[in-house]
Design a protein around this ligand. Structure first.
Ligand code: ADP
Ligand code: MG
Length: 543
């Protein structure tokens, strides 16, 4: 037997669980059932791939057992199990992206701990909210021996090989005493267990058994009539697949019949997933074939810019051992993806008109990701532009849609003016803004790094071209102003030539400007030059 130490981040999280003030402790059971369900999904998939695997997959299930006398509760599955290395890596450390961020926020103490636990999704460690010792026994199909892991959740755990472990994993919780100050409910009581499973895990596709009875209905939510599914059921399902503890902002259902049948159940989040802007961030759509889980993170069904959309697509006409390669080439899949994207965008659009406050919050969470679609998804560019919001000189504290900008355009104004920059203040103090301000033209203030990119790629909205106020000649002059300016340019010709020769090393050209009202001079980019912010970005990337 070996005694090993938890990695320090894992230790921090465990302490949090042990001393958790999180009020809803029942959820530990949901986490264990959810892990068991994932393990069964993985075993079944593996058996599709590896026909020679000598594992019985005919009766995959989850069993819950309790022993009131010993005060133990066991959740057992005959799924994929774990090797010794898996146990050390998966249970002894925290590999999940977002953890570091989570712990940092915790240090900041800005939000209460229970809120943060809620956002993080707590997994296996949540056992320690209700148990003072946890024993896990597991065996991976190809491993000769099983592994026994045990810990009280304080800094170390023990791990040893065992000869007689059955296929899969069992997790036994040694429950805290019931007179504990937490006043825990009696989790060994069948009625309590049944109630929790029903509430949180009813839709789990594998049988969950208690005392020989199956206690979950196993009904896939997306296959049930929409009118029969409650909000609460959607929320629990969303939590199961997204690991986000907030309720979803919007639930989207889709159904297609005919030659290529499928059902989709998708969710928009209330809050950005922690890994939204991380390199290894996941997409959120799972693929099922006739109720059978096939894969997570299905890139073929949802483009990267919609990676915050979570949910399930269940296609009736695919083979159970469909691979990513096949999906990439399948024309039906491409059609399906196109329809899913349109549906998501139209749902955001209706959110915008029917629940403006929720939309505003949603936009502030995921808008920067959504705008990536302006570059990558030409077909839906207009639909994406319609659901975008931008800061603008029109209002200090609320964003504007492009449609609203256009409705406020002045007579004779042909362009949608914008300026990119690091911050609102930087943009507002830029000399480039002076003439537009003097003329009373509204200017969009674009401060996300992605804005630098899409403004070069997207020519117009609703027939109105986008125009940077910092580039080329901003055409603000009337005919008389133009001829007056030309006369002036002739008058100052010599001065301009002299200045240009003095500044030869630094500028391409020196010309008279009509865009300034109070500043004496400003530097402008050529129409096709990259902007200073973009230049900084390229430099930062080492180009
Ligand atoms: P998550 O489920 O979000 O990955 P958890 O903390 O719940 O996080 O579980 C950590 C990992 O431990 C899982 O990803 C899985 O690889 C492994 N694991 C947990 N429970 C089981 C189980 N019953 N069978 C096999 N592997 C498991
Ligand atoms: Mg889990």
């Amino acid at each position: 037997m070996e005694t090993l130490a938890f990695q320090s981040e894992a230790r921090q999280l465990l302490q949090l669980m042990i001393h958790s003030i999180y009020s809803n402790k029942d959820t530990f059971l949901r986490e264990l059932v959810s892990n068991a369900s994932d393990a069964l999904d993985k075993l079944r998939l593996e058996s599709f791939r590896d026909k020679d695997m000598k594992v019985d997959v005919d009766d995959l299930h989850i069993v819950i057992e309790s022993d009131p006398a010993e005060r133990t509760l066991t959740v057992r599955d005959n799924g994929i199990g774990m090797t010794r290395e898996d146990v050390v890596r998966l249970i002894g450390t925290i590999a999940k992206s977002g953890t570091a961020e989570f712990l940092r926020q915790l240090k900041d103490q800005q939000s209460s701990t229970s809120d943060l636990i809620g956002q993080f999704g707590i997994g296996f460690y949540s056992s320690f909210m209700v148990a003072d010792k946890v024993t896990l026994v597991t065996r991976f199909p190809h491993a000769e021996k099983g592994v026994r892991w045990e810990s009280t959740g304080e800094s170390t755990y023990t791990i040893e090989d065992v000869d007689d472990a059955p296929q899969g994993t069992s997790v036994t919780l040694h429950l805290k005493p019931s007179d504990d100050e937490d006043r825990l409910p009696d989790y060994t009581e069948p009625a309590k267990i049944r109630e929790i499973v029903k509430r949180y895990s009813d839709f789990i596709t594998w049988p969950v058994r208690l005392g020989g009875e199956e206690i979950n209905s196993r009904k896939a939510l997306w296959a049930r009539p929409a009118s029969e599914v409650t909000e609460e059921e959607y929320s629990e399902f969303y939590r199961h697949i997204s690991h986000d503890w907030n309720a979803p902002l919007e639930t989207i259902r889709m159904q297609a019949e005919g030659t290529f049948e499928y059902q989709a159940l998708l969710f928009l989040p209330t809050q950005a997933p922690m890994d939204l802007f991380m390199r290894d961030g996941k997409r959120g759509v799972q693929l099922y074939v006739k109720r059978v889980f096939i894969m997570d993170d299905c890139a073929e069904l949802m483009p990267e810019y919609l990676r915050f959309v979570k949910g399930v697509v269940d296609a009736a006409d695919l083979s159970l051992n469909v691979s990513r390669e096949i999906l990439q080439q399948d024309r039906q899949i491409q059609l399906m993806r196109r329809r899913l994207v349109k549906k998501v965008l139209s749902s955001i659009k209706s959110l915008q008109s029917s629940r403006p406050d929720d939309y505003a919050k949603f936009w502030s969470e995921v808008g920067a990701a959504l705008k990536e679609g302006l570059l990558s998804d030409h077909d839906n560019r207009d639909a994406i532009l319609e659901v975008c919001s931008f800061a603008s000189t029109h209002s200090e504290d609320s964003l504007t849609t492009l449609a609203d900008y256009v409705s406020r355009m002045k007579e004779g104004q042909e362009h949608i003016y914008f300026m990119t920059g690091d911050s609102r203040t930087a943009v507002e103090h830029s000399p480039h803004m002076e003439a537009l301000r003097a003329k009373g033209f509204e200017v969009l203030i674009l401060t996300d790094p992605i804005d630098e990119m899409w403004v070069d790629a997207v020519p117009a909205f609703d027939g109105k071209p986008f125009q940077s106020v910092a580039k080329g000649q901003v055409d603000l002059e009337t005919e008389e102003e133009k001829s007056a300016n030309e006369a002036k340019a002739a008058e100052f010709g010599d001065l301009l030539t002299w200045m240009a020769s003095q500044l030869e090393e630094n500028v391409k050209e020196v010309r008279l400007s009509s865009r300034l009202t109070t500043s004496p001079a400003c530097v402008v980019g050529d129409a096709h030059d990259i902007t200073p912010t973009l230049e900084k970005m390229y430099k930062a990337m080492g180009q």
